[in-house]
Write a protein that binds this ligand. Sequence first.
Ligand code: LMR
Length: 342
Amino acid sequence: MLKLKPVSTLRRSMFTLAALVALLPAAFAQSPIVIKFSHVVAVDTPKGKAAEFFAKRAAELTKGRVKVEVYPNSQLYKDKEEMEALQLGSVQMLAPSLSKFAPLGVKEFEVFDLPFIFDDYPSLHKVTNGPIGQGLLRKLESRGIHGLAYWDNGFKVMSANKPLKAVENYKGLKMRIQSSKVLDAEMRALGALPQVLAFSETYQALQTGVVDGTENPPSNLYTQKMHEVQKHVSVTNHGYLGYAVVVNKKFWEGLPADIRLALTKAMAESTQVANDVAFQDNQEALTKVQASGKTVVYKPTIGERFLLKKALMPVHKQMASRIGEDVIQSIYKETGFDPSKM
Ligand code: LMR
């Protein structure tokens, strides 16, 4: 005979079921928000290490509600594609070099490529940490990109298979550059032939002789093993290479406010790490390049550097209409840079 459950048991089961249903959204809400962070350099670079640090701090500060997946070494996308992927929302976070924002139409970012515009890190940081830097990041909003921070890499060296002491040494050399009209003008001012190549293609291009030389901070040169295919490095410190850490704007604005706050804190800490590591790693990289015995590391004399600067300063005027005279002047004013003083 069918045994009916007492009403109280039935009520209890229904109550349990209702409670379970009520818990379902909470269970879903617990699956973490994933941030794909793509970049083109090696893991053991300033950017690579800072990205890993950010992933760790983001998880800690959000108590696991955010999971940052870092994809280094152009594993996911190369330079140009990663910018498109960010705009499409296929990745949520990048840290492209500042030179790589001009192709989006925000040409003002090429101001950072102007040769010799920053004498040192303190003058550079006046710009990146101040109103000029913030104003430049705001210009990305109309492209669907929100800027979070500036991260340093460092000052660039030149490399080739021949000594680069005098300006004449650059004549006729095919030099790999990032896609920046300022860097193009810089190489032309030295009589070199600039060639835009993705970062991921640079080592092979140097190895096979598609290009003769390049410029980059020592940490990038060393971690990509470029020194193994470049016999000479000249520590010219003629220009700066740094990054803007950016997120897809729609994604960022869609995050809960407390998550955004925690990520902002994680980013501030990561910026400090990035800059400290950059300073340290670039010095160490030069020592390692020299110690490899494959490359001669040359420090130009004051006189040689003066002549290099003299050859490159006309690029500032030449590029003023592209970058904006006002942007260039505002940086001169902020840093106290005097273009007439050699
Ligand atoms: C380059 O293309 O040389 C650099 O922008 C690579 C990087 O991200 O540091």
